[in-house]
Design a protein around this ligand. Structure first.
Ligand code: ATP
Ligand code: MG
Length: 283
């Protein structure tokens, strides 16, 4: 798949065609501390059309990362089925390799696919300017800002050349201004280089600004509480009446999901944002 972001002056119309991802009644549990099973996903069903950007919002620990890992084939459901076109994960933390410069980090997927280093760097370099990274090709990750690191990580994901991108909280760690810039940038990048995208976010507004459709998950065990079509023209503004109305609907669905979860007998989960660390610690 071509990765030249500059090649087309006019962004193509995003067309929704065939199904790229189908998740049917997926169940996933993990062995938790003290032998108590953690039920992460329960009867979760969703689909994503080819070329569509689906945002998934839900409270911390409701199984969003688990869902992306299922879609990418990094783990399998205990029951139900998950089918997807080849998918690549941009993990919740950028996981850049500290000993490689920005260009080698961005080109990592190409190197893994046995593309010679000079050629891989050249392909990554051609996109650096487009991503506002020109001049930082030889910088180590530790010397880059959070937004730049995220862009390098996104580039690495894009260069993997898979038709489906699973983005796990790509802007979660950024300040509000950088986050807004990155949202604009991602919207433009995907208009120029359409892919099927599953975007996990805590931020309902971000979901409405970027997505074709928003799926709201319940607290753990995660299942779909509501699906919202976002039939608003792009670019969208935070202050548009349509954006605000859909944001309120998604927030209401989140609140409904939380109320519906009362009375479930689940062991207490991690604090917000700690589910991934909890999993890392669990190995
Ligand atoms: N490999 C694992 N071993 C044990 N528990 C796990 C594992 N993976 C996930 N979990 C648990 O499953 C639940 C869902 O985790 P997941 O990381 O999918 O949530 P999340 O919605 O991505 O959370 P956050 O928004 O904080 O990133 C959590 O309670 C987590 O601790
Ligand atoms: Mg997560």
């Amino acid at each position: 798949m071509a990765t030249e972001l500059k090649s087309r002056a006019q962004p193509p119309v995003r067309r929704v065609r065939e199904r790229a991802i189908a998740v049917q009644e997926a169940e996933r549990s993990f062995a938790g501390a003290h032998g108590v099973a953690v039920h992460a996903l329960s009867g979760l069903s969703l689909h994503v059309q080819r070329g569509e950007l689906l945002a998934v919002v839900g409270p911390s620990g409701c199984g969003k990362t688990t869902l992306l890992e299922l879609i990418c084939g990094l783990q399998a459901p205990d029951a139900g089925s998950v089918q997807s076109e080849p998918a690549v994960l941009m993990p919740q933390r950028d996981l850049l390799l500290p000993w490689l410069d920005a260009l080698d980090n961005a080109a990592l997927a190409l190197r893994v696919a046995h593309v010679p280093r000079a050629q891989a760097r050249e392909r990554a370099a051609s996109l650096f300017e487009e991503l506002g990274l020109a001049g930082f090709e030889r910088a180590r990750p530790a010397t880059l800002s959070g937004g730049m690191r995220q862009r390098v990580a996104f580039l690495r994901t894009l260069l993997a050349g898979k038709p489906v991108l699973c983005l796990d909280e790509p802007f979660g760690a950024l300040d509000a201004i950088t986050r807004a810039e990155m949202q604009d940038w991602l919207g433009r990048a995907l208009q120029r280089e359409p892919r099927t995208v599953v975007l996990v976010t805590h931020d309902v507004e971000e979901a409405v600004l970027l997505a074709d459709r928003v799926v709201v998950l319940s607290p753990r065990p995660g299942s779909v509480v509501e699906e919202l079509e976002v039939a608003l023209p792009r670019p969208r503004l935070r202050t548009d009446a349509g954006t605000i109305a859909l944001r309120e609907r998604a927030l209401a669905a989140l609140a409904r999901g939380s109320r519906g979860s009362h009375g479930r007998h689940e062991p207490p989960g991690p604090e917000p944002g700690q589910a991934t660390q909890a999993r890392a610690a669990a190995g």
